[in-house]
Ligand binder design. Structure first.
Ligand code: RP5
Length: 216
């Protein structure tokens, strides 16, 4: 049985097949989550080749993880997003990993707070790269999630990003760099984004000089 996400995630979150060709026999999912609920024999994935799967531990993580989706969308990388918890729904997590792999997922991005074991749980079930985003969600200010995500035992690495929104954005950039190893078009997009960032720094410097900031 496949499920459509019921959480208040917006269409933006589930932007899939961004700018990429899709299997013409199936239509891209425009508003649903990782899976679209269908009955009987029609129950099948509606999206092919979402190369990145984002999992978050709770719907309360949505706002913090949003930059990840925004960067993937900007780079034209098709992705899927779902909510699953390593602790509250371990079987669901396992099933999502299996189904995402079957549908062509290349990289997993997992975001969780507190005793954040989601990324590690996915790493335990897949040999695809897993990127972890630790989130600030407790009185410990994120240190709990940071160490839980980072300190994996040998053989089960999680590429751990920085905390919260900055880490969410960088998770997408890092996923893009992995995918770009076999996608020259994407590699070119990354180069041009970097050029744009360098240009923005130059421009900021010019404005600072123009404002004669040094003579305050
Ligand atoms: C983690 O616990 C989630 O990833 C979230 O960051 C945190 C709190 O979850 P809720 O109690 O808000 O659902 O599993």
């Amino acid at each position: 049985m496949l499920f459509r996400i019921q959480a208040p995630l917006t269409a933006t979150w589930h932007q899939v097949n961004a700018g990429r060709p899709v299997n013409k026999t199936r239509s891209p999912c425009r508003e649903g989550g990782l899976f679209t609920k269908k009955s009987g024999r029609a129950a099948k994935r509606t999206v092919d080749m979402a190369r990145v799967t984002i999992l978050m531990g709770s719907v309360s993580d949505e706002e913090t993880v949003r930059p990840c989706a925004q960067v993937l969308k900007k780079l034209g990388i098709d992705f899927e997003a779902e909510v699953s918890s390593a602790h509250r729904s371990p079987e669901r997590t396992e099933k999502l990993v299996r189904e995402a792999e079957g549908a062509g997922c290349r990289v997993f991005i997992c975001a969780a707070g507190m005793a954040a074991h989601l990324a590690g749980a996915v790493a335990a079930r897949s040999i695809r790269p897993v990127i972890g985003i630790p989130l600030t969600a407790s009185a410990l200010g994120g240190m709990d999630a940071l160490l839980s995500t980072l300190m994996m035992p040998s053989g089960f690495p999680v590429a751990t990003m920085s905390l919260d929104k900055a880490g969410a954005g960088n998770a997408a950039w890092f996923a893009a760099q992995i995918l770009a190893l076999e996608d020259e078009e994407l590699a070119e997009r990354l180069r041009s984004e970097r050029e744009a960032m360098a240009g923005a720094v130059e421009e900021a410097g010019r404005k600072l000089h123009a404002a004669d900031w040094g003579n305050v």
